[in-house]
Design a protein around this ligand. Structure first.
Ligand SMILES: *Cc1c(COP(=O)(O)O)cnc(C)c1O
Length: 395
């Protein structure tokens, strides 16, 4: 039980850093300040482990090894990336379509999935129904003429999307667009396949249902050997579904800005007729070109399964924590509810100041009443240090 915990004692120096952190995060809006921004603003802070950004570190290393080997083999490779335009959106889609098994004319290549979200919301939606808590661009990108309504997920039910209640909520909102993120950020809840299919079958009257599968690689889904996990097997049956997929988290390459969206051909055409011609970069194009190399995908799937073993080990440890409530997760992060009298901002600041462990305080997340931390899961040795830090500050 989360009772009888003495409040955390804070020194004056820690209090002063805490204030600086508060000001910095106020300036960063609803996203956390980047490591660079933070270290420049508050030099006293040394970040040892970034458990705020939700990145698969094993995949970053894999990408890095390919990039280094390719630059070594072809010293002009990087210079060409600097000097030349990347390929056009449709040309990258052509190449990627083979690896993804998706027709190229249904693929919209994006400068990070965030750009795809912006494109869909600004062009094809007037009233968006989100689930709260959610990934904030889904409501923040709505313009002044657009309406946003919400279905509230319940922490007491592990943030599960109850299919009947959800469908009722969407239909009674009269929204033309609904957003389902599975597994969801920040809670990690995966909508079971049968539930997802049933929900979609009841919402065929909507013009757009965004299914964001940015974290689906981390979930335990039935995927044919050698294939990348995806929800398209279910969503393909419904022509009002738009898939949104970030590459940032599962491939550990947020800095490159690479993502895509799968949508009806006419919509891809409409978007490309009005922009997005060279919207990615040479680096993103290089990343997508790795999908043509079966060895890269094989190795990626191998790294993914090692990483998932780290995730399982991490969650097996937090399950035993009696000082926070850690929610079940199908993603590569875990949401933790703090005891009532412990502020998530203070807890996150102390993890940072005393242990150099940077986690996401969810104090500002719409739909999360009370104090929550979202902790990204990292390598095995980093996870041990994160777990020790959590136990030290909160235990
Ligand atoms: C991070 C995230 C994205 C966007 O990621 P990009 O870096 O823009 O590709 C999209 N959806 C969800 C649910 C996310 O968490």
């Amino acid at each position: 039980m989360l009772t009888n915990l003495s409040p955390i004692r804070i020194s004056p120096k820690e209090r002063s850093i805490l204030h600086q952190l508060e000001e910095l995060s106020a300036r960063s809006g609803s996203h956390s300040p980047s490591l660079g921004t933070m270290q420049k603003a508050i030099p006293e802070i040394v970040v040892n482990i970034d458990a705020c950004y939700l990145s698969n570190p094993l995949a970053t290393d894999l990408f890095w090894s390919y990039f280094n080997a390719d630059v070594l083999a072809d010293p002009q490779l990087f210079k060409r990336m600097l000097e030349a335009y990347p390929s056009q959106n449709r040309a990258i889609a052509e190449r990627l379509s083979v690896a993804l098994g998706v027709p190229a004319d249904q693929l919209f290549i994006a400068n990070g999935a965030t750009e795809a979200i912006q494109a869909v919301i600004h062009n094809f939606s007037s009233h968006i129904h989100i689930n709260t808590p959610t990934f904030s661009p889904y409501y923040e990108f709505a313009g002044p003429d657009q309406q946003v309504t919400a279905f509230e997920l319940d922490p007491a039910k592990n943030f599960a999307v109850d299919p009947e209640e959800y469908v009722k909520s969407v239909l009674s909102s009269h929204a033309d667009t609904a957003v389902l993120i599975s597994p969801n950020n920040p809670d990690g809840y995966l909508i079971p396949d049968d539930d997802l299919e049933w929900i979609l079958s009841k919402l065929t009257s909507l013009s757009t249902i965004i299914v964001d599968e940015s974290f689906i690689h981390f979930a335990d889904t039935a995927t044919p050997d050698g294939e990348l996990p995806s929800l398209t097997g279910i969503t393909n049956k419904f022509d009002n579904v738009t898939i949104v997929k970030s590459m940032s988290k599962d491939f550990g390459i947020a800095g490159i800005r690479a993502g895509y969206s799968i949508m009806p051909t006419e919509r891809v055409t409409q978007l490309l007729n009005n922009g997005y011609l060279w919207n990615t970069s040479g680096m993103a194009e290089y990343f997508f070109s790795l999908f043509d190399r079966p060895q890269f995908l094989d190795q990626y799937l191998g790294e993914l399964s090692s990483y998932k073993a780290y995730i399982d080990k991490f969650t097996a440890s937090t399950e035993k924590f009696d000082f926070v409530q850690a929610f079940n997760t199908s993603a590569n992060f875990q949401l933790m509810k703090l005891p009532e009298h412990v502020s998530s901002d203070v807890a996150a600041a102390l993890l940072l100041i005393r242990h150099g462990v940077y986690v996401r305080s969810c104090g500002d997340k719409i739909g999360l009443d009370g104090d929550f931390l979202r902790v990204a899961i990292r390598t095995e040795s980093e996870n041990e240090r994160i777990l020790d830090a959590l136990a030290d500050i909160l235990g």
